[in-house]
Write a protein that binds this ligand. Sequence first.
Ligand SMILES: [Zn+2]
Length: 156
Amino acid sequence: MKANDRRQGVVTRHTWYGLKASMRVGPWVLHRSGFFGLMIPHPGLANWLLRLTIPEPRRSTLSLAHEFGHFQTLPLMLLYAGGMLAGISLKGHFTRCGLLFSLAGSHAAWEMASELFAITQDKQFYRNCYTGVSIWPRTVFWALCVFLVACGWILS
Ligand SMILES: [Zn+2]
């Protein structure tokens, strides 16, 4: 990690497939992540929803684990999205609607895989972070993701 990165809150970790991933969580819901120093800004909406009412520094720790989960599951999710796209092509559903639901379902599956990765990094820490925290934001997240994945499978 470069000194400049450390000052800006950038965390760098090696993925299982050998690339170095860089991530930054915040300010607020803005995240930045990427490879080779190319940091792509994006809204961390899943992290925002999942970490509602969780105080710092636990919020950032869990959000970083989730972001790293995106990198760790990237090859699997590319295969998944490729399979979904192949499926809609083979079924003749390669329409705007089929493509939209296929991509939304693939992204939802990626969000679930990333959160499962965050959970499995330290189950006790994860459990402690959510002690006394409302279950509703997590319920909305998981229900929405399952719904989108199911829509992807059904409509594509
Ligand atoms: Zn995410």
